[in-house]
Design a protein. Structure first.
Length: 427
């Protein structure tokens, strides 16, 4: 016999037991995103490789080392999406969405793929909740995204998160920062790793992402973006800070964050948790005021973020905030084979009315069926046997009190409708 096939390394199954927490996270995220005015957009998992190379940047770790890229049967180079922003912008430009409504807010929830070294909080298939505001340079957009994140995290009961912001400047002030970095690193160049020496030529900012300790060492005392911001970029950051203060969103300015993608301009931010270990960012985002134009669209500023769902769920699980399946409303027992068909009918009626109802499709003894009802934490059990059917009655047992009553079958549907009403009121 051949060996069992395992999942691909870095790709995780989300099994029942854990998936309920994912569902709750996504349901709350959707609710809050809609409250804040975002519309869902669904984009393909696969895009032309060029889209990511041009947007994320040739010198980034993602494009250099981490993309799942292959040629399809038409010999076109395609890539499994490593992030959502590029695809959303491609769709926005391709469908001319900016013509009818230049200002748009989108969200997208789904899997991303990066060939990274797997470890806790880092996978090769992972999931993001992504939000983008397209079409305005106003710092209120930046503040709105952070405010929405606060609402979302608070809604999940997560309070100990650190919002860190920074500004990377714009086309007019970034060159002076790059120049300063280059001159700072000029006599340290030989002590940088090979990758960083190459990055120095293409995009020196990327050296800040390098994990090699010696490179980090050599960056100590390096110039900071904040020292090189032009007037408008400084004003933008100050205005964002004023809004965050007035919304009472705690934050810190951390001039060391640069984010791993090339397209960012001005505001960038991360949401950090000290409970996550080495991979401590739950969310990352920033402005990309030139990217839409660089991808062939109109000259339009924008900003977005992506939350890492694995890390968010792990915070919830570790904080004892996991969700489980709600208990069953009804378990239907057929005492013997002759009652099966009638029991099956009532099971379906119950479900059509909206009750979470189950039976044991394997049949089995009354005792084993009741055991299963217990295991599934059913609130009520409906027992149908030949005798009950003969009398057009069913036996109804409340599992918490153990109370039993006989219900005439011609009243059962009305009774089920009452339970449904009761459930609605409970919510
Ligand atoms: P990025 O798209 O790199 O800005 O990342 C945004 C967020 O996605 C991060 O803060 C993480 O929470 C999450 N994330 C990024 N890469 C991974 C990965 N390989 N595995 C799990 N989560 C990830």
């Amino acid at each position: 016999m051949e060996g069992r096939i395992q999942a691909v390394r870095g790709m995780k199954d989300i099994l029942p037991g854990e998936v309920e927490t994912w569902q709750a996270v996504e349901a709350l995220a959707r609710k809050i995103l809609e409250i804040y005015g975002f519309s869902e957009i669904r984009i393909p998992l696969l895009e032309r490789t060029e889209l990511f190379a041009r947007s994320i940047g040739e010198a980034t770790d993602i494009v250099e080392k981490e993309m799942y890229t292959f040629r399809d049967r038409s010999d076109i180079s395609v890539t499994l999406r490593p992030e959502a922003t590029a695809g959303i912008l491609r769709a926005y430009i391709q469908h001319g969405l900016y013509r009818t409504q230049p200002f748009q807010k989108f969200y997208c929830i789904g899997p991303m793929f990066r060939y990274e070294r797997p470890q806790k909080g880092r996978y090769r298939q992972f999931h993001q909740i992504d939000a983008e505001i397209l079409g305005s340079p106003d710092p209120r957009c930046d503040a709105e995204l952070l405010a929405m994140l606060r609402t979302l995290f608070e809604g999940m009961g997560l309070r100990e998160l650190d919002f860190q912001i920074n500004s990377l400047g714009c086309r007019s002030c970034r060159p002076s920062f790059k120049e300063a970095i280059l001159s700072f690193l000029r006599d340290r160049e030989t002590r940088l790793c090979e990758d960083c020496r190459r990055r120095l030529q293409i995009n020196p900012l990327r050296i800040f992402d390098c994990k090699v300790p010696q490179c980090q060492e050599n960056l100590r005392g390096a110039p900071q973006t904040l020292e090189h911001l032009c007037g408008p970029c400084r004003d933008h950051l100050e205005s964002l800070e004023r809004h965050l203060n007035s919304l009472e969103i705690p934050y810190t300015v951390n001039s060391l964050i640069v984010r791993g993608l090339d397209y960012y301009t001005r505001t960038i931010f991360e949401v950090i948790s000290s409970d996550l270990g080495a991979q401590n960012a739950v969310c990352g985002g920033g402005r990309y005021d030139n990217l839409i134009e660089e991808l062939g669209g109109p000259d339009m500023p924008a900003i977005g973020f992506a939350i890492g769902e694995e890390r968010l769920v792990s915070l919830l699980l570790e904080g004892g905030r996991q969700r489980s399946r709600p208990p069953l409303d009804l378990f239907v027992v057929a005492v013997d084979a002759r009652a099966e068909s009638e029991a099956f009918l009532w099971l379906d009626r119950a479900r059509r009315l909206g009750l979470r109802a189950e039976t044991d499709l394997r049949g089995g003894s009354l005792k084993s069926q009741l055991r299963r009802a217990h295991k599934l934490s059913a609130r009520r059990v409906l027992i149908l046997g030949e005798r009950e059917l003969h009398q057009r009655r069913a036996l109804l047992k409340a599992m918490d009190s153990g109370e039993q009553e006989e219900v005439p079958l011609d009243r059962l549907e009305a009774q089920m409708a009452e339970w449904v009403q009761g459930l609605r009121e409970e919510k």
